[in-house]
Design a protein around this ligand. Sequence first.
Ligand code: FAD
Length: 467
Amino acid sequence: RKPDIECKLVVLGSGPGGYTAAFRAADLGVDTVLVERYATLGGVCLNVGCIPSKALLHAAEVIEEAEAMAAHGVSFGKPKIDLDGLRDFKGKVVGKLTGGLAGMARQRKVRTVQGVGSFVSPNEMEVRTAEGSRLIRFEYAIIAAGSQAVRLPAFPWDDERVMDSTGALELKDVPPRLLVVGGGIIGLEMATVYSALGSEVTVVEFMDQLIPGADADLVKPLAQRLGKKLKGVHLKTKVVEAKAVKKGIEVKYEGESIPETALFDRVLVAVGRSPNGHKIGADKAGVAVTERGFIDVDTQLRTNVPHIFAIGDVVGQPMLAHKATHEARVAAEVVAGLKSHFDARVIPSVAYTDPEIAWVGVTEREAKEKGLKVGVGKFPWAASGRAIGIDRTEGFTKLVFDEETHRVVGGGIVGPRAGDLISEIALAIEMGAEAADIGLTIHPHPTLSESVGMAAEVYEGTVTDLY
Ligand code: FAD
């Protein structure tokens, strides 16, 4: 069969990985086609992930702040929630960004094809579009097919009251009783939103800690605050059965901390995401996919087939947008003939909860498990003028140092804006900074960012009298 489209590069999927790769390749003069099954570009992150969740979390933050101000002499009264207005705002935020991408694709002459793509040979991809099948012949391919929410079979998914994160972001209503299954980042971000809007939220987590990837001390201030705000947070517990009844979703639990409530108006299942590697005809191109659906790549993001690359969620953890975009640039540059490699020392993680939790590099737990010789400098925000001024003294900043070189190898922050503050630590690690470099850097006063400099000074012993 004769191809309908010929190109040098086809990119499968238009999330942060796919659009970044397509745009970078086009900028380097590569004739590029971008295949996306949905009408809008941007993938999970822009449409049903990072961006809409943060737009809603902003509303949650303002509601919580306004409430807290009552204790400081300023009262606003009970918030009036106009769900249509809130949904509209979220939609506009998403639309602005996805619309921007469409314009950027046009500007660069990246051809976009809307349809479901699947390899049919090592150099051909078939795209099923609304107008029928189109065959693309390519020299290079970049797979950026992303991931999707895991759907536990114990739940009645045909009932719309059972939701994954996409359903929860639709914000159909504010359910009086919401059960969140999974105490990871996505589950807790949505719990924060719904709780601020007025839902009574119960969280059930199978592990012995919320946000299992982060150090336990970072999670503690969040767990304490959630303990006060939510109906209940139940660790070492799982839902073993859920059934739809007239009044709601009825669940059965197993574990150490069984919630009082078994009937909920809505249930959000947020127990992780699985990669889309098995859904793209990879075998027809000879691309190896692991049992779980991941695609193994080298530091140039090449799969086992040298002219086919893979990036983003489909190549493995951490499944984060900023990892996808950095991998994307490398893959695009290699296709364009540059000698690029993915060589990030660290990739920061952030939970945009209240308080936020952010961490990067070696965690204390990891150091212990691997027997690394590390030392920790910890600065409690109770000693920060700025944190006291915003009445958020539960936070802290810690830095993890290699005991031999005194170089910073990791760090964690809990408190408002931790996600913004963590970048300085990521930069310090990438630059090979030592404790003295960070401590001697003059940070503006009074800021929360001072806490990073102070944590280094605590480690060095140059600051001791914190209270
Ligand atoms: P995706 O964004 O998943 O994009 C893949 C694209 O490929 C999709 O558009 C899909 O439709 C398309 N596609 C797949 N198969 C085909 C096919 N066969 N044919 C055509 N098209 C196809 N990450 C962060 O860094 N920060 C956050 O704050 C954050 N918040 C999140 C909140 C939520 C609720 C969720 C669900 C995720 C969040 N993430 C966050 C994770 C982030 O969204 C992902 O890491 C990121 O989107 C991965 O990018 P990607 O390009 O690999 O894939």
